[in-house]
Design a protein around this ligand. Structure first.
Ligand SMILES: [Cu+2]
Length: 171
């Protein structure tokens, strides 16, 4: 029997669910003139899940390369950037190191691609409408943003259940 890490399973399920699904357009500005954040969102999940996935676009409008060296949220014990890979039909995720932001370039964290994993909620997420994040950049800038929590996806619990079933198909 293969034992899957539960939060990893949830993450994969959510990532798969959003593959080529809807384009949620919510733009968000903050005070910084050189780093721009847009389309920052996080799909709601069953209240029992202590894990969330975050998506946003980040643009370096300046002429200097910088990078995201650290990300934190006051609502979660841990936040990490992940990369989703599908090789021969098998989805896997790996943690990413420093996220390099080249001048005049954007990086998009999106379903089925690079994403932010928020792990071990430090409080109930049931009433949370937006998830605050702090990005620390290599040049000392600190970027604050909010992931807007979108409507819950009714099928996510189902997808996780299906994955559990297929994981345990041989016992
Ligand atoms: Cu992940």
């Amino acid at each position: 029997m293969i034992v899957f890490n539960r939060q990893r399973l949830i993450c994969i399920a959510m990532t798969l669910l959003f593959f080529s699904q809807f384009g949620f357009a919510s733009t968000q500005a903050h005070g910084n003139k050189t780093i721009n954040i847009s389309n920052a969102w996080s799909p709601a999940a069953p209240a029992v899940a202590p894990t969330r996935v975050g998506y946003f676009s980040i643009t370096n409008a300046s002429n200097k390369t910088t990078s995201i060296v650290d990300v934190t949220s006051p609502l979660f014990a841990q936040a990490n950037f992940h990369e989703t890979r599908i090789i021969n039909g098998i989805t896997s995720m790996s943690a990413m190191g420093e996220i390099v932001l080249k001048p005049k370039h954007s990086i998009i964290f999106e379903p089925n691609g690079m994403h932010l994993m928020l792990v071990n909620a430090t409080a109930s997420l049931a009433e949370v409408k937006s998830i605050p994040l702090i990005l620390n950049l290599s040049d000392g800038q600190q970027i604050q943003l909010e992931l807007i929590v979108t409507a819950p996806i009714a099928t996510s619990a189902l997808a996780i259940e299906k994955m559990n079933q297929s994981t345990h198909a041989h016992h």
